[in-house]
Design a protein around this ligand. Sequence first.
Ligand code: SF4
Length: 324
Amino acid sequence: MAQPFATINSAQALVFRGALLCWFQKHQRTLPWRGESDPYRILVSEIMLQQTRVAVVEERYKKFIAQFPTVERLARAREQTVLAAWSGLGYYRRARNLHAAAKQVAGGNGFPCTAQALQELPGIGRYTANAVASIAFGEQVPVVDGNVKRVLQRFSGRELGKEQYWQAAGMLLAPESPGDFNQAMMELGAVICVPGNPLCTVCPVVDLCVSRGAHAQAERAARKKAVIEYSLCLKNRSVLLQRRPQNSSLMPGMWELPPCKGKGKTVQPLMRLKHSITTTDYSVLVFAGNGRNKGQWVPLKNTERFALTGLTLKILRKLKGAAS
Ligand code: SF4
C-alpha cells in the first residue's frame, strides 16, 4: 500500500503540529463544549455534531445538558422525553443509541476510558470513540471525519484510501495533546479548508500543503427537490398529530401533522416553507385539514413535550409565531 504522506518527513510533521495547534489556540470558535473534560458531555456534543450543523447544535446542546446534566440523569429518562429533547436535530437513531449507551454506562462500572472500550457502547463507532478518548482521556488516537478527510486529501494532494486517512491522521497527531490536535484538525476543515474554495491565504499549514487549493473540488453533492404536503387540523386550541410507525425507516415513533397528497394542484395552502433533509430540499405545503384523520389531539401549549419531527416543530413554531 502506498504511504499516505510520502512527501512529509517527521520534522515537517512537527512543524505541522506546532502551526496547527498555535492557530487553534488563537482562532478556535467559542463553542459550549470547548474545554469540556466530562466524557459524557463530550459524547453528547460529538453525537449531536454528526450530520447536524454547529449553529443548530450550539443551542440544542445547552438545553439538552441542562435537562440531562449527567449520564445517570439521561439513563433514568423515558425514551419519549429524550426524543422530545432531541426534536429538531434529526437522525433520531442517534438519540436512541445515546440513551441506550447512557443506560449501559450508568448500569456498569463507570465511563469507559479507552477508545476500544467506548466502541462497545451502542451507536459509537471509531470516530466518536476516538474523539471522546482523545479529548476526555488524552488517548493518542486520531479522528477522521469529513472535515479531516478534506484537509488530508488537499494537504497530500491526492485521494487516499479509507484506512490511509486514519494512518495519515495518526502520523500527524500531536502525542502530547491529541485532544486539542484532533479538534484543531476538524476546526481547520470547518473554517479554513472549507468545501469549495479553501481559504489558503490564512491557512496555518499552507507552506507544507501540496495542493494549496489547486485540488479543491466542488464536493457539494447535487441536491434533490421534492414537494411534501401536510394537513393542519385545529380545534379548541389543540392540533391533531399522528405518530409515525415504529417500523418506519425514517424517524420511527416521532409525531407529525397528518400527511396528505396532491392538494397543491387544486387548493391554496395555509402555509409554505422550505425544509432540507440530507440531500433533499423540500417545498412544504400545509393545508387546512378537516380533522377526520386518525391521530391524537394535543393542546398547542403542550406540543413541545412530544417527540416531534423537526419539520413539525418548525410548522408549529411558525403557526404559534403567526398567532402571537
Ligand atoms: S493550504 Fe489550502 S488546501 Fe491546503 S490545507 Fe490549507 S486551506 Fe486546505
